[in-house]
Design a protein around this ligand. Structure first.
Ligand SMILES: [Zn+2]
Ligand SMILES: [Zn+2]
Length: 113
């Protein structure tokens, strides 16, 4: 998954609106501050060696993913189906999070029943 850049200035509208910058942008177009690679989910600046998500979000996603897999195995369904079912109980933003986290990276397991 591609990393995104964002403004981390707490006063900046670009941060509040979660505006995403391209990899070849270096400064925020709203406040002029330097922009950084940020977590796709929580928008915290990424550490060296992080993927598209920060370590916290990645750990949360991995745990959730494992849970989905366990559910899928237990109920004899696919990870996608288990995830879709679970999404029904999530808020819109959480839904998006898990969609990105789980479905976005498991396209190869998309076989339909
Ligand atoms: Zn800014
Ligand atoms: Zn994060």
């Amino acid at each position: 998954m591609k990393k995104i850049k964002g403004c981390i200035n707490p006063e900046c509208i670009a941060k509040r609106k979660k505006i995403v910058y391209a990899g070849d942008d270096y400064y925020c177009s709203k406040c002029g501050e330097p922009i950084f690679y940020v977590c796709r989910w929580c928008r915290r600046p990424l550490e060296e060696g992080d993927g598209a998500f920060c370590a916290d979000c990645q750990a949360k996603m991995d745990a959730r993913k494992q849970q989905m897999k366990d559910t899928a195995i237990k109920t004899g369904t696919t990870v996608k189906n288990a995830a879709t079912k679970a999404f029904g109980f999530l808020s819109e933003s959480s839904k998006k999070f898990y969609e990105t986290a789980i479905l976005g990276t498991e396209d190869e397991e998309n076989e339909e029943e």
